[in-house]
Design a protein. Structure first.
Length: 540
């Protein structure tokens, strides 16, 4: 028995079956499909009915997992009794798979008895097909030699699933001593590899390889206009966590927002992340929509390799080293991508904003600091640890004002909400008490529009500093445009044109180059949209 299991370790098993009524439901045809996939290197087969097992056994010595499906209305009972198991064994099956779910049937033998008789009378290993972790534990305890996720999404209790259940696999790998088999809804080579990496003993793939009708339907569905599966986008900021369902055109629906509760530390932030995502996921599923994945934008530097938080910002203490991608994948059962929030805003601009018609641009967002990102050839530059495009921390005044990164003279020390406030006060301006720097900046914004000299002067000072930073960007990347966003810029019709003129005056051949500096298009939900775009990028 151990020898058969060892042959399957880390390997691909192909399930060769056809649905009743399918033109391929024919012994000779199934036999040829089996010959084709074993010729290509499949390490084993999963085959329905003694007749098909016997036919394929004539061609192959590979392990065959035999099953006997019995249709009961909508439900399918897999190898319902010992007689079926014995017939499969006689036909040449090497392993017998059977339904070990909690479901109650009005026919067949109890599965515990079938397992015991297969061992004793047929001397074959048993694969238990289950739908839940409890069923997996019960089957392993009852002596199953391997346990497969096969029936998850197919029972009344686990219905409405048509993607692979990663948390179930992870739970089984942790809790069950016998080999865990990944089967059901594995639809791509990437998912197969991921299952083995996650600890599956082997992977069984059926429809995605052996049913051309199903494969054709999938192709046709993806070609329907607007038919691409939506994604869930999340934006974890210092104050709020926003989430929503994002379609392939960037439209956001089913939005939620919950307080981040950053002082509560990583457990509080993680719990609030779940509070924000779960309602979106449930509402989407209630509408019959199956999100293709989850994209998360988070403050802090994100490790590009594993989606963990490489370094936290002061806004999110305790977030450092949090395995964000792994946590979210296990919690929500969706493939997950993580990106720094500034980069997410750039991705939103790239996929859904002005960036759609640009191939090389730099986007910067001015707020409490400066976030930014560089797009080259239509791709966001992320860097090894997610730090690429940290435009706020390039020095425009050597030995200048102190910056919270530890250096002096960074662009961010001269252009931010706090910097606007400082410049305004230096010109004798005063602010009504109450509120933070952002609220004060909003007041100065309004005062500048109304023509207050101190406010207008403060904006002119910031335009000068920003022009120096953006001139450096043009010298480094020569982009088609620099796109600027942030509440501080809104409503200031003179601000960016003034910056653009000054940039031109600072650049070599600037008059000829006519550097384009303009307002970005992506709005308040840019983080949510940009995070979701990672899912669509991966799908392409
Ligand atoms: Zn700095």
């Amino acid at each position: 028995m151990a020898e058969i299991l060892e042959k399957l370790r880390g390997q691909l098993v192909v399930s060769c079956q056809a649905a009743p009524g399918d033109p391929l439901e024919d012994t000779e045809t199934i036999r040829r499909i089996a010959r084709s996939v074993t010729g290509a290197g499949a390490a084993g087969l999963r085959i329905n009915s003694p007749e098909h097992v016997a036919a394929i056994r004539q061609d192959s010595d590979l392990p065959i997992i035999g099953i006997q499906k019995r249709y009961c209305g909508e439900r399918i009972h897999i190898t319902p009794d010992f007689a079926s198991a014995a017939a499969l064994s006689a036909a040449g099956a090497s392993i017998i798979a059977l339904d070990c779910t909690d479901r109650v049937w009005d026919h067949g033998d109890p599965w515990r008895i079938v397992i015991e008789r297969i061992h004793r009378e047929l001397n074959l290993p048993v694969m238990a097909d289950i739908a839940t972790l409890d069923e997996a534990r019960a089957a392993a305890a009852a002596g199953a030699d391997m346990v497969g996720t096969t029936l998850n999404g197919y029972t009344e209790q686990t219905g409405n699933h048509d993607s692979f259940n990663w948390p179930l696999l992870a739970g089984m790998v942790r809790q069950i001593r016998v080999p865990v088999i990944a089967e059901g809804h594995i639809s791509s080579p990437e998912e197969a590899r991921r299952a083995v990496s996650a600890g599956a003993w082997c992977v069984i793939v059926g429809s995605a390889i052996s049913r051309p009708g199903v494969i054709t339907s999938n192709f046709i569905r993806t070609l329907q206009p607007g038919a691409a599966a939506p994604a869930i986008g999340v934006d974890i900021g210092g104050t709020l966590i926003k989430a929503g369902l994002v379609d392939a055109r960037g439209q956001v629906t089913l939005t939620t927002q919950v307080p981040t509760d950053a002082p509560g530390g990583r457990d509080a932030i993680a719990a609030n992340l779940c509070q924000a995502v779960q309602p979106v996921l449930s509402a989407a599923r209630n509408q019959g929509l199956v999100p293709a994945g989850l994209g998360i934008a988070s403050a802090g530097a994100i490790d590009v390799q594993d989606g963990s938080v490489f370094a936290a910002t002061d806004n999110l203490p305790g977030w450092a080293c949090f395995p964000l991608q792994k946590f979210a994948e296990e919690r929500f059962g969706l493939p997950t991508w993580v990106v720094n929030d500034a980069h997410a805003a750039v991705l939103a601009e790239l996929h859904f904003g002005l960036g759609r018609s640009l191939s090389d641009f730099v986007a910067i967002t001015i707020g409490t600091g400066i976030g930014g990102g560089v797009v080259c050839g239509g791709k966001l530059l992320r860097g090894q640890h997610g730090f690429a495009g940290t435009i706020g921390h390039h020095v425009i005044r050597e030995g200048g004002l102190p910056c919270n990164c530890g250096r002096r003279g960074c662009l961010e020390a001269y252009v931010s909400t706090a910097a606007l406030l400082r410049e305004y006060r230096e010109r004798g301006g005063s602010i009504r008490d109450g509120g933070d720097d952002a609220a004060a900046a909003l007041q100065i914004n309004q005062l500048a529009i109304a023509g207050s000299p101190a406010a207008v002067g403060a904006y002119q000072a910031l335009a000068g500093y920003l022009a120096e930073g953006i001139a450096n960007i043009f010298n480094l990347f020569d982009p088609e445009a620099v796109l600027v966003s942030g509440g501080l810029v809104e409503g200031q019709v003179q601000f960016l044109p003034s910056v653009a003129r000054q940039v031109a005056s600072l650049l070599h051949f600037g008059a000829k180059r006519q550097p384009c500096v303009q307002a970005a298009q992506a709005g308040r939900l840019a983080g949510v949209q940009g995070a979701a775009s990672l899912v669509f990028e991966a799908e392409r």
